[in-house]
Design a protein around this ligand. Sequence first.
Ligand code: NAI
Ligand code: MG
Length: 332
Amino acid sequence: MRLAIVEGDGVGKEVIPVAVDILDALGLEVEKVPVELGYGKWKRTGLAITDEDIEILKSCDCVLFGAITTPPDPNYKSVLLSIRKELDMYANIRPIRPLPSVKGILDRSDFNFVIVRENTEGLYSGIEEIGENVSTTKRIISRTGSARIAEYACKLAKGRRSDLTIVHKSNVMKSDKLFLDVCRKVAAANEVKEHDELVDSMAYKLLVSPEKYDVVVTTNLFGDILSDMSAALAGGLGLLPSANIGEKHAFFEPVHGSAPDIAGEGIANPIAAVLSLKMLLEWNGNTEAASIVEEAVDYSLNTGIRTPDLGGSSSTKEVGSAIVNYIRSKSN
Ligand code: NAI
Ligand code: MG
C-alpha cells in the first residue's frame, strides 16, 4: 500500500503521528508518503494545496489526513473539497457507535448507526456567486450522484441490519425529490428495507431514539451537520473517525478540525485519528490489524488512559503509547 500522510495544521500534527506510530507497530508493508497541505503551507507559500500535491495524492492508494485550519482569505477554496472532487471520493462514511467506558451526552450505549453522506455535490458544489447584497450557492443533486451514494449505502446496509433511512427535505426543496426517488429505487433493487425522514425531524429523532437507525443516507450538508451532532451521542469530536471513499481512492480523517484552542498543548484526543486508521486498514483488507487496533483503543479507554476531553489527565502521547504497547504485547 502506498499511503499519503497529511498531518495538516493544529492538532492534526499531534494526532496523526500517534496513528503513524500505531501503523509502524503493526509491522505492515506500507510506503509512507508525507504531504504538506493546509494553513501552514498557505502562510509560507500563498497556496494551501498545489496541483503537484493533488498528483502525489492521486499516485497513492489512500490518504491518512489530520485536519487543516481554514486560512482567513475570502477567495480561499477549500482544500478538502478540492481533494474530494479531484479524487472523486463520493461517499463520506461516519460510523457512530458507543465506545467502552465513555459516556455520551445521553449516557446510552444502545446505538450503532452509520451516516453515509454524498460528498461531491449538494450545497457543497462550490458553484457560488458572491455579491455585495446577494450571494448564492447552487445546490446540485444529480441522478448519477444520488444513485451511486444510494448503491454504496445499500451495500453497507446489506452487511448490517439491511435498514436504510433516506434523509432529505423534499417538502421544501424540489431537488431533494430526485434524491429521495433515486434512493428508494436503488433500495428496492437491492432488496433493502427503506424509510425516509425529513432532516429537521431526523435531527430530533437521532437524539431521542438513536437505537432505531442502521444506515442513514443523505445529501452533503445534511450529512455534515447530522454527523457532528451525532458525535455528542458517542462522547465527543475527539472520538469520531470518517472515511471518504471513491472508486479508485480513499481518504481517512478524524471528523474534528484542527482545534486551535488546544493545539500545541499535547492534550488532543488521538482516538478519532486512530480509528480512522482502523477504517483505512479495513478498506485495505487488513481486517486482523484493524481488529487489533480497535481492541487496543478499547483497552486504553477501559484502563482509564484518556485525554482531558474524556475527563482524563493523560496526554495525546500517553494514550498513543498505551495503544502501541497493547499492540506490541499482542504481536509478541
Ligand atoms: P474543531 O473540530 O477543530 O473543534 C471543535 C471543538 O472540539 C474545540 O473545542 C476543540 O478543542 C474540540 N476538539 C476537536 N478535536 C479534538 C480532539 N482531537 N481532542 C479533544 N478535543 C477536540 O472545529 P472548529 O473549532 O470549528 O474548527 C477549527 C478549525 O478547523 C477551523 O479552521 C475549521 O475550518 C477547521 N476544520 C477542519 C476540518 C478538517 O480539516 N477536516 C474539519 C472541521 C473544521
Ligand atoms: Mg463537519
